[in-house]
Design a protein around this ligand. Structure first.
Ligand code: UDP
Length: 392
C-alpha cells in the first residue's frame, strides 16, 4: 500500500476515519488511474497541475491508483518512465471478474472519499476504474466528475469498455473530449454545450513529450529487426483472444500474409494464457512480454505497420504516420480512420490477406493528425478546471 501524505489525504487501509485530519484549504482534485492506458493519459495532467501550483494557483491533487493493473510491466514501469509521482493512495483492487473489480474499486474509493472528500474527481479513458470511481464520487455528496476522453462510442455493447463509457458519461459533469465526433455523441444524449470542452488528446501529449526518449528494446537485436521491415502486433479484446480457435485462425492468417517479416507481439496478460494453449512454434511471430512505453513506441515508430485491436495504439500510429490495421468491426475513435492511418479490417480472418497486399503494394494512406492533437491538451484541461472552479 502506497500512502503519501496519508494524514492529509486519508488512508483507505483503515476503516476508522483518521483522527485530526485537517481538510485541505486548496481545491482538491482526485486523479484516478487504474490500468496501463490510464497512466499514459494522466501523466501530462499531473504535470499541468504542478505547473499551475508553481504559478501559485491553490490547486492540489491526490493521485489514486485503483490497482486494476498492478504488476511492474503493466504499471510500475510506466510511473518510472513517464515521471509520474507515486500514488498517494493505492486501492489494491487487483484482478477479478468485472463485478468483483468494480465492487472492490467502488468500496475502496468510497471509503477514501468518506474520510476526505475531493472537490472534483477526474477520470480518464474507459476502463473499469473510470466507471467505478465516477459512480462512487457522484453518489458521495454529488462530487463533481470530469471525464477526460468523454463522449467516444463504438456502438458495440459487447465491449466492456463501451459500458464503462456509457455509464461514466451518464453521470459526468464536465466532458473533456478528443474529437468533434465525441462532442456530437454527447449532444445527441442531451449534454449541453457548457459542459463539453473539446481539448484534444492527453495520450498524444505524452507521445510528443516522450518521443525524443524512445529507447531501442533488446529484442531489436534478438530478432535482427530493421527499420520498416517488421510488424508490431497487439491483441487483447475478448472478441479476438477469448476463443482459442478464433485466435489461432487470426494468427495463422497473419503468418500467411506477412511475407515472413518478423511480427513482434508484446502479449497483454489477458491474452497470455490462451496464446500458450494454442502455441506459436516455428512462425515469424515473436511473442514477448509487454514492453515499456519508451520501448514499445520506439518499435511502433520504426515499424512497417501495426496490427492491433487496441484503441490507444490507433491514435499513436495516426500521429506517427504508421499504417495501422485494426482487427475490430467498430471503433470509438473514427478520426483515426477518417483522418489518420488506421483502417478497420474487422475480425474475420479473411480480411487480413487483402490488407497486407495493400500495405506491400505501398497503397496505404498517409493520414494526417486530428485537430488539437498538438501536445497541449492537459494544459487546456487544467486551465479550464481552474476557470470552472474559480467561478463556482
Ligand atoms: N503499450 C505499451 N507497451 C506495450 C503495449 C502497449 O507501452 O507492450 C502502450 C501503448 O503505447 C498505448 C497503450 O499502451 O499507449 C495502449 O494500451 P492498451 O492497448 O492496453 O489499451 P487500450 O488503448 O486498448 O485501451
Amino acid at each position: 500500500m502506497l500512502i503519501k501524505n496519508a494524514l492529509r489525504y486519508g488512508n483507505i487501509c483503515t476503516l476508522e476515519p483518521e483522527k485530526n485530519i485537517s481538510p485541505p484549504t486548496e481545491m482538491l482534485i482526485d486523479i484516478i488511474a487504474g490500468a496501463r492506458p490510464n497512466f499514459i493519459k494522466i501523466a501530462p495532467i499531473i504535470e499541468a497541475i504542478e505547473a499551475q501550483q508553481r504559478r501559485g494557483v491553490a490547486i492540489e491533487y491526490r493521485l489514486v491508483h485503483t490497482g486494476q493493473h498492478y504488476d511492474k510491466k503493466m504499471s510500475g514501469d510506466f510511473f518510472e518512465q513517464l515521471g509520474i509521482p507515486d500514488p498517494h493512495i493505492n486501492l489494491e483492487a487487483g484482478s477479478g471478474s468485472q463485478a468483483e473489480q468494480t465492487g472492490k474499486i467502488m468500496l475502496g474509493y468510497e471509503r477514501l472519499l468518506l474520510q476526505t472528500p475531493c472537490d472534483l474527481c477526474v477520470v480518464v479513458g474507459d476502463v473499469t476504474s473510470t466507471m467505478a470511481c465516477s459512480i462512487a464520487a457522484k453518489k458521495i455528496n454529488n462530487i463533481k466528475v470530469a471525464h477526460v476522453e468523454g463522449g467516444i462510442r463504438s456502438g458495440d455493447w459487447t465491449m466492456p469498455e463501451e459500458i464503462n463509457r456509457i455509464v461514466t458519461d451518464a453521470i459526468t459533469d464536465y466532458f473533456f473530449t478528443t474529437s468533434e465526433v465525441a462532442n456530437n455523441n454527447l449532444r445527441k444524449t442531451g449534454v449541453t454545450e457548457d459542459r463539453i470542452f473539446f481539448v484534444g488528446n492527453t495520450m498524444i501529449d505524452t507521445l510528443y513529450k516522450q518521443m525524443p526518449r524512445f529507447m531501442q528494446p533488446a529484442i531489436w537485436q534478438t530478432y535482427g529487426l530493421q527499420e520498416k521491415a517488421y510488424i508490431v502486433m497487439t491483441l487483447h479484446r475478448p472478441a479476438n483472444v477469448d476463443n482459442g480457435d478464433k485466435l489461432r485462425e487470426l494468427i495463422n492468417e497473419i503468418i500467411n500474409s506477412s511475407k515472413g517479416l518478423p511480427v513482434i507481439f508484446p502479449v497483454h496478460p489477458r491474452t497470455a494464457k490462451m496464446l500458450e494453449s494454442i502455441g506459436l512454434d516455428k512462425s515469424n511471430i515473436h511473442a514477448v512480454d509487454p514492453l515499456s512505453y519508451l520501448e514499445f513506441n520506439y518499435l511502433v515508430r520504426a515499424a512497417k505497420a501495426v496490427i492491433t485491436d487496441s484503441g490507444g495504439i490507433t491514435e499513436e500510429t495516426t500521429v506517427m504516420g504508421v499504417p495501422c490495421m485494426t482487427l475490430r468491426d467498430s471503433t470509438e475513435r473514427p478520426e483515426t480512420c477518417v483522418v489518420g492511418t488506421n483502417e478497420l479490417i474487422g475480425t474475420d480472418p479473411k480480411n487480413i490477406a487483402p490488407a497486407f497486399e495493400k500495405l506491400f503494394a505501398g497503397e496505404w494512406k498517409k493520414g494526417a493528425i486530428p485537430e488539437l492533437w498538438d501536445g497541449k491538451t492537459a494544459e487546456r484541461i487544467v486551465s479550464r478546471i481552474i476557470n470552472i472552479f474559480g467561478s463556482d
